[in-house]
Ligand binder design. Structure first.
Ligand code: 13P
Length: 249
């Protein structure tokens, strides 16, 4: 049975008072027991966020790490630092990091390695831009993203990997992949994992969908057989919307 996960990626939103208010509201709600709920605040909010959710099942996760262990990398954060405050899951390869911060295949491969070396769970994001979808190149784009930055991972370490399929054209646009488009890509990703590793690994990995998931479309997307949850941006900033998405399972 694959783990169901709903993770909120807050991106560069929510200061301390806003984070306290949102998290206090979330912990007061009855969340779905069978769904692993995660929230990813910005770095300075991770520690206070953990304090607020400590009596709940909500996991506080990071949006990024640096690929190096430590050293002269001004402004960067190492996996070991996150681990020292009890954060052990990180999102790697988000399309915003790829596009705005030029995170290449090779940097992302190193980030994945750095995280797994600290026994982190990695939520590895893949997804094509609109142009690639229009040219019918979306499968090859995603295949390359997996091959170049994730498939160096050992079979054993793959148990700490979650994949998030986020078509770039659906992020923050209000446009979602149709449930059929999501299912088609998730099944493709699972096939690629099976080819690279084996069927048992492929069947055990949770694959999340991300891109304009809202309370009114979550149920249909989550009902697809290869969709094991969601990576939620905008709607995770509102406690009622995020809760409704969690309950859509
Ligand atoms: P939206 O839900 O705002 O489209 O963002 C999706 C996303 O990028 C999550 O990582």
């Amino acid at each position: 049975m694959r783990q169901k996960i709903v993770a909120g990626n807050w991106k560069m939103n929510n200061d301390l008072p806003q984070s306290i208010s949102l998290l206090s509201s979330l912990v007061s709600k009855e969340l779905h027991n069978e769904v692993k709920v995660m929230v990813a605040p910005a770095f300075p909010l991770l520690y206070p966020a953990k304090e607020i959710v400590k009596e709940s099942n909500i996991e506080v996760i990071a949006q990024n790490i640096n690929e190096n262990k430590n050293g002269a990398f001004t402004g960067e954060v190492a996996a070991s630092m996150l681990k020292s405050i009890g954060v052990t899951t990180v999102i790697i390869g988000h399309s915003e990091r790829r596009a705005i911060y030029n995170e290449t295949y090779s940097i992302l491969a190193k980030k994945v390695e750095a995280a797994l070396a600290q026994n982190f769970r990695v939520i590895f994001c893949v997804g094509e831009e609109l142009d690639a979808r229009k040219k019918n190149e979306h499968f090859s784009v995603v295949e390359n993203q997996l091959a170049e930055s994730l498939f160096q991972v050992s079979e054993n370490d793959m148990k700490n990997v979650v994949i998030a399929y986020e078509p770039v054209w659906a992020i923050g646009t209000g446009e979602t992949a149709t449930p059929a488009e999501a299912q088609e890509m998730h099944a493709f990703i699972r096939t690629k994992i099976s080819e690279k590793y084996n069927n048992a690994v492929a069947e055990s990995i949770s694959i999340l969908y991300g891109g304009s998931v809202k309370p009114d479309n979550a149920q249909e997307i989550f009902s697809q057989p290869d969709v094991d949850g969601g990576l939620i941006g905008g709607a995770s900033l509102n406690a009622d919307d995020f809760t409704a998405i969690i309950k859509a399972f």
